[in-house]
Design a protein around this ligand. Structure first.
Ligand SMILES: Cc1cc2nc3c(=O)[nH]c(=O)nc-3n(C[C@H](O)[C@H](O)[C@H](O)COP(=O)(O)OP(=O)(O)OC[C@H]3O[C@@H](n4cnc5c(N)ncnc54)[C@H](O)[C@@H]3O)c2cc1C
Length: 411
């Protein structure tokens, strides 16, 4: 029996603990997190929580009794500040000065919002959204805010924009690129979201060049664009991506790329005594090939953590899950299956103007991913096809008369 220390009590950290027990691990498990809460779901923070229908208690991933029943020592509100692996056993020290001795180490430290390095970014009312504390701050200002500017047209920014619009606020999205969600979806899907947000009353400004954030001395009042125009704002929400939290990994001399902890298909870092999972890692593409990817999703945090726990428990099983992701913006449910990186062809199935359609992605004639908007059966068919290594011929995929699931063939 050995002792496992898991640093980071988020989605992946909790899943590592749960899966260790599921795999028959009987040693001591300590799960340490710096936030004052037990592990919770982040997705509702930009959706139901802001818009009013979820409260903090409903976000908890497990009831406190779960940790007791499964002999998982869950320690909130404590940050691991240093780790030493040079001795026979590992030693971690927290910000309270407490020492934790362990045999095996799991890093599940997640990611942190990228900060906006411009004048005015420290004004009161310029907010980021990662955890409950951020969401509570946003929510406390929500009702009094008549105008919201969202900087960054990615998933979180657009979800906040949609909620603000549903609550009757004047909303402007400022995106530096020439299309929305450019890193994750095709131009067709980007254009759909631009038009759909505009139809709902949000002003979407693409290729926006922000010169500074302006205020009354303390509080934000607007965002100034190149050329001098000021877009008024009671709240500025910045959603310009996240940075992997690889501080501890770097301190340990593990291989990292831009802060992301490099792991293999067994979730092992460059030091096989240390495994890592979730937003913090750079991993081999789960569906094969040479590419390394970062996946910021609940699915990856959960499934990769399962692989990591197996590795710790001595079961060697490579990570091969089909990536999937969702984003709810107003009444638009986006579901993404697979990874579209490197695609060379898209097929649009359905009519974006109907607000129910899919974009299928192909590389070298082979299906690699799908974005579905309010088209769950398309999404399910593609996820299943990708999971079984099958494909759907591109020349047939656009035909709405034929359900996609009937077009799946071996590749
Ligand atoms: C607002 C929002 C909306 C989202 N919506 C979606 C969605 O719709 N669909 C989807 O698939 N994904 C969504 N995501 C992404 C998803 O929540 C993340 O991918 C997932 O939480 C990653 O899990 P993780 O365990 O790697 O990181 P986290 O859940 O961030 O957990 C990491 C934890 O480690 C802690 N930590 C870090 N360093 C230390 C240390 N040194 N000591 C102690 N603790 C430490 C952090 O404080 C944090 O609590 C959303 C994320 C956010 C923020």
């Amino acid at each position: 029996m050995s002792d496992v220390l898991i640093v980071g009590a988020g989605q992946a950290g909790m899943q590592i603990a749960v899966s260790l027990r599921d795999n028959g691990f009987e040693g001591r498990i300590e799960l340490v997190g710096e936030e004052p809460h037990g592990p919770y779901q982040r997705p509702p923070l930009s959706k139901a929580f802001l818009h009013g229908s979820a409260d903090i208690e409903t976000l908890e991933l497990r009831a406190p009794s779960f940790y007791v029943d499964n002999k998982i020592v869950m320690v909130p509100d404590e940050k691991v500040v240093s780790i030493d692996l040079s001795g026979e056993r590992g030693l971690a020290v927290t910000d309270t000065g407490r020492e934790i001795h362990f045999d095996k180490l799991a890093l599940a430290t997640g990611s942190t919002p990228r900060r906006l390095p411009i004048e005015g970014a420290d004004l009161d009312g310029v907010l980021y959204l990662r955890g409950i504390a951020d969401a509570v701050e946003l929510k406390n200002r929500w009702d009094a805010a008549a105008s919201v500017v969202v900087i960054g047209g990615g998933f979180i920014g657009l979800e906040v924009a949609a909620g603000a619009r549903m609550d009757g606020k004047q909303v402007t999205v400022l995106e530096a690129a020439d299309r929305l969600i450019a890193r994750a979806v095709s131009p067709e899907t980007s254009e759909f979201y631009r038009a759909a947000h505009e139809r709902r009353g949000t002003s979407v400004r693409l290729s926006a060049k922000i010169s500074r954030i302006v205020g009354d001395g303390t509080k934000v009042t607007g965002v100034e664009l190149d050329g001098g125009e000021v877009v008024p704002a009671d709240i500025v929400m910045v959603g310009i991506g996240v940075i992997a939290r690889g501080e501890l990994a770097e301190q340990l001399g593990l291989e990292t790329v831009n802060g992301a902890i490099v792991v293999n298909e067994f979730a092992e870092t460059s030091d096989p005594r240390v495994i890592a999972a979730g937003d913090a890692v750079l991993l081999p593409h789960p569906l094969g090939g040479d590419a390394q990817v970062r996946l910021e999703s609940v699915q990856n945090a959960v499934d990769q953590a399962k692989t990591a726990a197996k590795t710790l428990a001595g079961v060697r099983e490579p990570y091969r899950a089909v990536p999937w992701f969702w984003s709810d913006q107003a009444d638009l449910k986006l579901q993404i299956g697979g990874l579209s990186t490197g695609y060379d062809q898209t097929v649009v199935r359905g009519t974006p103007d109907d607000e129910s359609f899919s974009v299928l992605y192909y590389r070298d004639g082979r299906l690699i991913a799908i974005d579905s908007v309010n088209a769950v059966s398309d999404y399910m068919a593609v996820r299943k096809a990708l999971g079984s290594g099958s494909t759907i011929p591109a020349e047939l995929a656009h035909n709405l008369e034929t359900p996609l699931k009937t077009l799946v063939v071996d590749s």
